[in-house]
Design a protein around this ligand. Sequence first.
Ligand code: AHG
Ligand code: MN
Ligand code: MN
Length: 283
Amino acid sequence: MQNIFDTIKKVAIKIDHAIKTEDLGYSNSENSSGEDQLKLDVQCDYLIEEAFKDISEVKALVSEEKEGVMELHDNGNYTICYDPLDGSSLVDVNLSVGTIFGIYEGELKGENLVASAYVVYGPRIELIIATKGEKPLLYRVNEGVFNFISEVTLNEKGKLNAPGGTQQNWATYHKAFIDSLFAEGYRLRYSGGMVPDLHQILLKGGGLFSYPGTTDKPEGKLRQLFEVIPFAFIYEQAGGQAIDNNGVRLMELVPRHPHDTSPCFFGSNSEIDALKKAYGVSQ
Ligand code: AHG
Ligand code: MN
Ligand code: MN
């Protein structure tokens, strides 16, 4: 597994360089979620594929930017599911973006995720790595080297609220809940990139990030294998919770297709308990 984490560190530096130097235009293709791919999405996907292709522990790769499963090494133990460039539509306005990795052993489902990691490309490059039974670890790059900074723990209750999706398409009970948090004094912190938005909540002690099912996207937008489950793991390891609209842990998700999505809510305990009450789902 260390080999995989070292590879993530190396490829993160390359992706950061690509973000800073490559053409920001669209390619001529769409990904499996029907989104137009930027040249950068394709380039970052290629950098990750190249980085992992000779690592014998890696059985297969599944990417947000590829249609199916890319088999690598028959005897490998791990399948790496990744979003090469999360928030890529924010690069042209110079906001932070990220890369997300979910490392699965066996069938691709939440309970088989054994580790996850994400990189934030912002004013600095930061990396969070989470493994079973341990608090997530934060690293920051200085002169090309990842330095360990600290363990990450969520407080029981936070102050930030990051509500995803188009408000016009929210259910009335969802809008009422989000409004109740603001009425209580929560501050809006939402960039439109789940990596920096979830990173901010994680490092500033807590709060709520939500991307609900909406009238236009009843199953939400965020993809289970490369976005939802890896972050659910990190939030749980940090002492928080991550659930779907039925109050079920996102770690219990079993995707039927690699690009399946799910409504998702990540936060510290107080906000997620309040959300369960508002949604009328069991505690
Ligand atoms: P990607 O760039 O990998 O397609 O993902 C973007 C995601 C996520 O980062 C963000 O939270 C969400 O899309 C925002 O989507 P909308 O602005 O469409 O609601
Ligand atoms: Mn994404
Ligand atoms: Mn992406």
